[in-house]
Write a protein of this length. Structure first.
Length: 307
């Protein structure tokens, strides 16, 4: 009976709030998805933070620093949303360190040049926007509300990346080649960000039924490709897919087959930077313990003062 009332509420487009009754599987699905999203924001700071001191101008440094700061904030919003489901942040971080929780596969690829900062902003954040815009209407209230602010900031990140690529594409021959190289390396990993094909995604059914997701992996991937091809053409870069072509009948771009062996290899922890990203996070978490303890002590002291 409770499950029927729960589903009726979702079907009526009413938000589920933390104190509402919800099936355990719904709660588990949300914890997995929101925590993965939070971990991705935090781990995603690493490949970009690596370029802050090497950005080519003061303006570029300021923008990249602001972007990395935004991503820390996104992680905070998402961890907070996840905690409303009855799990502590300590547990969430421990799951990441133990390898029980995942983060987006894209962040296990290295950023080798400044052009990669453009590719990450344009493609990776562009893909994130496509996914996250629909999450503004997700059925769980705290998640949906957090996504509204996150999407606004991700739009800035995407524009920052596209500006870098556009500037390099119209620069010297070497700069354009660097931009094209970044696009070549990040194109396929970026469209793999949407996850496995629908036929190989067992959780999609419940996610759609409960309106946690509003579009399937393949629908989101297609939307991203349709939006991005024209953007590449405008700045004179070439999408590295020989099978890419416009399909008049479907009104979408047809595209080549992704290397799913590579996708699963990275997801299962064997990508170029999987080990490096996790070790770095574990080290930062350990070294930052004194800050967390100091903050707790200060909060306790302030509480005593106000009593």
């Amino acid at each position: 009976m409770k499950e029927e009332l729960f589903q009726q509420k979702i079907d009526k487009e009413q938000k589920i709030e933390p104190k509402d009754w919800m099936p355990q599987d719904y709660r588990k699905h949300l914890i997995r998805q929101i925590s993965q999203h939070a971990h991705s924001e935090i781990i995603g700071m690493q490949p970009e933070g690596n370029w802050i001191t090497r950005a080519p101008s003061l303006r570029a440094k300021m923008i990249l620093l602001a972007k990395v700061q935004d991503e820390a904030g996104h992680g905070l919003y998402l961890y907070s949303a996840c905690e409303t489901l009855g799990i502590s942040r300590q547990e969430l971080v421990q799951q990441l360190h133990d390898g029980k929780a995942k983060y987006s596969s894209i962040f296990n690829y290295p950023t080798l040049s400044w052009a990669d900062m453009g590719a990450v902003g344009w493609l990776v954040d562009g893909a994130a926007i496509v996914n996250q815009v629909s999450l503004q209407r997700t059925s769980y209230g705290p998640y949906a509300r957090g996504m509204v602010k996150i999407c606004k900031e991700e739009s800035f990140h995407q524009r920052q990346g596209y500006e870098i690529m556009a500037e390099m594409a119209k620069g010297t021959k070497e700069q354009k080649e660097m931009a094209q190289d970044a696009l070549n390396r990040f194109w396929w990993p970026s469209i793999m960000m949407f996850g496995p094909q629908d036929s190989n995604s067992p959780r999609t059914g419940n996610a759609m039924k409960w309106k946690i997701k509003r579009q399937t992996n393949d629908e989101l991937r297609q939307s991203f490709i349709d939006k991005t091809v024209g953007q590449a053409e405008i700045i004179g870069l070439t999408i590295p897919d020989s099978e890419l072509k416009w399909n008049e009948k479907t009104g979408h771009y047809d595209f080549g087959e992704m290397d799913w062996d590579e996708f699963w290899n990275v997801v299962n922890g064997n990508g170029p930077c999987n080990h490096q990203r996790l070790v770095h996070h574990q080290k930062a978490h350990t070294e930052g313990e004194w800050v967390r303890e100091a903050a707790k002590a200060y909060a306790k002291k302030q509480e005593l003062v106000t009593q």
